[in-house]
Design a binder for this molecule. Structure first.
Ligand SMILES: *Cc1c(COP(=O)(O)O)cnc(C)c1O
Length: 331
């Protein structure tokens, strides 16, 4: 078990564990983008990571650290998104059992993708029970280990390997823009930045509709949103930061900004039509912050593209011309 607050040493250890297992994803550049933003941008392409998002890094690192005895008793996670697939794939690689708790009305594509990696999907009715309770019951009954999506030291250390690879490849940066849901990726990225590029300004980016950590960062106390935010950035619909991630973000991050969903649409379209890259709306948060001017950047700027798992209906909606796009996005 790693100490509750991970350090850069834990990021370095995670890199060793992920060597030859996680992809070393490419760093993408675009002259057109640089001209538009007025800075030199380096995009770390985690949409090209295994299972389509950086989440594989944290999940695999956590399963590795817990060791063979714990793994043999099985893994439990609750998620309807990329964390579910990350845990399912990591468990498959270790040949251990994963049970993923998902709402019964989760999109079929996500249920199928998770089951496709060999995980058992346990569906529950969100109107009747809380997913945390369903997961807790599974843990109590089987002795399995719960792997949370962001508020866990080994998950955070694993996510930090993304930024560590970026700094190793391109050298020190003036800014690092990182999308933020529960803050696992941002906390880990900040650890890497403080060690590998100490003068780099680390900026967290949330959807404007799901700005809990931006408000928490500014007020100094953890803000809970009243309900699940209706942003198209479905990987950042968390209503509250974590007991580990929030203090880390307060201590290590320079600024938090938000972007409206319309800026995510513009960024996903730009990535698709100009850079030929398929990225999901959540994966475009940091790019959207640079392109929209939500944060004024200059010099050398790192941008983490966090994932690419977007379904056809959402992609079709985003690629429809502004004048013809339906007012509400597909569910
Ligand atoms: C989970 C996720 C995020 C947010 O990560 P946190 O560690 O919860 O802040 C961002 N982008 C994608 C694609 C994700 O799957």
């Amino acid at each position: 078990m790693t100490a509750p607050h991970p350090t850069f040493k834990d990021v370095t250890a995670a890199r060793e564990r992920l060597k030859g297992i996680a992809h070393r994803t490419p760093v993408l550049t675009s002259r057109k983008l640089n001209a538009q933003v007025g800075a030199e941008l380096f995009l770390k392409g985690e949409h090209l990571q295994r299972m389509g998002a950086f989440k594989f890094r944290g999940a695999y690192n956590a399963l590795t650290v817990m060791g063979p005895e714990a793994r043999a008793k099985g893994i439990v996670a609750f998620s309807s998104g990329n964390h579910a697939q990350a845990v399912a794939l990591s468990a498959q690689l270790y040949g251990c059992k994963a049970t993923i708790v998902m709402p019964h009305n989760a999109p079929k594509a996500k249920l199928d993708a998770t089951a496709g990696y060999g995980a058992t999907v346990v569906k529950f009715d969100p109107s009747e029970s809380k997913r945390e309770e369903v997961a807790r019951k599974l843990v109590d009954e089987t002795g399995a280990t719960l792997v949370p999506p962001f508020d866990h030291p080994d998950v955070i250390a694993g996510q930090g390997t993304t930024a560590a690879e970026l700094f190793e490849e391109v050298g020190e940066l003036d800014y690092l823009l990182v999308c933020c849901g529960g803050g696992g990726l941002l906390s880990g990225s900040a650890l890497a930045a403080r060690a590998m590029s100490p003068k780099c300004k680390v900026i967290g980016v949330e959807p404007a509709l799901g700005d809990d950590l931006t408000r928490s960062f500014k007020t100094g106390s953890l803000v809970h949103l009243p309900g699940v935010p209706a942003t198209i950035a479905d990987g950042a619909r968390t209503i509250c930061g974590g007991d580990i991630t929030f203090p880390m973000i307060r201590a290590l991050v320079d600024e938090m900004v938000t972007v409206p969903d319309a800026a995510l649409v513009d960024a996903v379209r730009f990535a698709m039509l100009t850079m030929k890259q398929v990225i999901e709306p959540t994966g475009a948060l940091a790019l959207a912050a640079a392109m929209s001017g939500a944060v004024k950047v200059s010099g050398r700027v790192g941008v983490i593209i966090s994932g690419g798992n977007v379904d056809a209906a959402m992609l079709r909606w985003i690629l429809t011309d502004d004048a013809e796009r339906a007012a509400t996005p597909p569910a």
